[in-house]
Design a protein around this ligand. Structure first.
Ligand code: HEC
Length: 211
């Protein structure tokens, strides 16, 4: 009887020792994944989950690639950008457009002014003469928008400079959406016009106000 009780208390102590609630610094026991595969064990350890990681090898697809290519001619939603004039500033022959692919309005011009002052004025200055603050700190001075050469730019050419940059000027395609680029282009042309205006451009009733 005593022996049996001793045995019982021994196992009870053993069982209690298992519930001591302490933490362990040992790494958790893991069933190696090759055993899981090999013996079809229903244990996956949770941290060994069957999944396809990008760029990894696949034994499922015949081409051995995990990453699947989208079906041919797939276009992401809202990313077709088929309108060459609007998205690329060129006509069907690939030449820069001379006409705006957007409707000109006072609102567009105002938006253009605001975007211009943020993105272009630091280098090109507020009126486009190329005397912004950045060139005073060592950046290459940009040309004036009022030079003969740039006065002849059609809207598509100005759009192209914003989209792709030019020589030492970086592209602003990432920062400025196509719609905003056209707004800026219209504002630059307004600046150019303002520097080459004649008396005829002023409405007759306002001419007396000029000094
Ligand atoms: C970091 C300074 C900087 C900013 C910001 C900048 N530009 Fe320029 N830009 C330049 C420089 C420098 C040149 C001259 C590039 C060259 O000839 O090497 C230039 C040239 C140009 C030209 C003349 C291109 C030619 O063929 O000579 C246009 C047009 C122009 N920029 C438009 C813009 C517009 C529009 C923005 C705003 C979206 C803008 N730039 C923002 C520095 C800048």
């Amino acid at each position: 009887m005593i022996r049996r009780m001793l045995l019982l208390s021994f196992f009870a102590a053993l069982a209690l020792a298992g519930c001591r609630g302490g933490t362990s610094t040992e790494p958790p026991l893991l069933v190696p994944s090759k055993w899981v595969d090999h013996f079809f064990l229903p244990v996956t350890n949770m941290n060994n989950q069957p999944k396809a990681k990008a760029q990894s090898q696949s034994h499922f697809w015949p081409d051995g690639r995990t990453a699947r290519l989208p079906p041919e001619h797939t276009v992401a939603r809202d990313a077709l950008k088929a309108d060459d004039a609007f998205y690329r500033g060129v006509d069907s022959a690939g030449k820069p457009v001379a006409q705006y692919p957007v409707e000109l309005s006072e609102g567009l011009l105002a938006r253009g002014q605001q975007r211009y002052n943020i993105y272009c004025a630091p280098c090109h200055d507020a009126v486009g003469t190329g005397k912004g603050i950045v060139p005073t700190k060592g950046w290459i001075p940009p040309p004036s928008f009022h030079d003969e050469r740039i006065l002849e730019f059609v809207p598509g050419q100005l759009f192209d400079v914003i989209s792709h940059g030019v020589r030492t000027m970086p592209s602003y395609a990432k920062q400025i959406s196509e719609g905003d680029r056209w707004a800026i282009v219209s504002y630059i042309q307004a600046l150019q016009r303002s520097h080459h205006a004649s008396l005829e451009d002023v409405p007759p009733e306002l001419r007396n106000n000029l000094r």
